[in-house]
Design a binder for this molecule. Sequence first.
Ligand SMILES: [Zn+2]
Ligand SMILES: [Zn+2]
Length: 149
Amino acid sequence: MPLWRRRRFFDRFKHGKAGNSTVADPKRAHAIRKSKLDSHMAAWAAATAGDCFLEPILDLHSWELQEIRHWQSAELQHVRIIAWTPGRAHPCPACTALAGQLRPLADEVRNPSLPPVNCTCTAPGSTAPGFCLCSYEGVFDDELAAHRS
Ligand SMILES: [Zn+2]
Ligand SMILES: [Zn+2]
């Protein structure tokens, strides 16, 4: 997730604009964030070493969803897919096709769209496909209503 989007997302919680959103367990929230960052770093380390990075990439996307879900807001039931790839202007066609798509959070948790099976994104300096660093952002119900009207 680009930094400005992440900031906008977390600002809503900080400023109490997210209705009855609560973080049930700040320690758990911290553990989820740490696992997400660890997966991200493990993916980079594996790609740099020429090893298989599929497992940390899958973990990364799973932790992203768990992080959003952990906010436990009744008004946060959807995610938007943010397509992004490191070191290039555009992600691969498979990831680009998902850009901006809205999905029910519960569906994504059960059956994640990321990484797309035919992703051909690569890490800089590597030719191995599937290095998908696209991400999810939480979409509040009021944003969804504005989007659809
Ligand atoms: Zn891709
Ligand atoms: Zn991707």
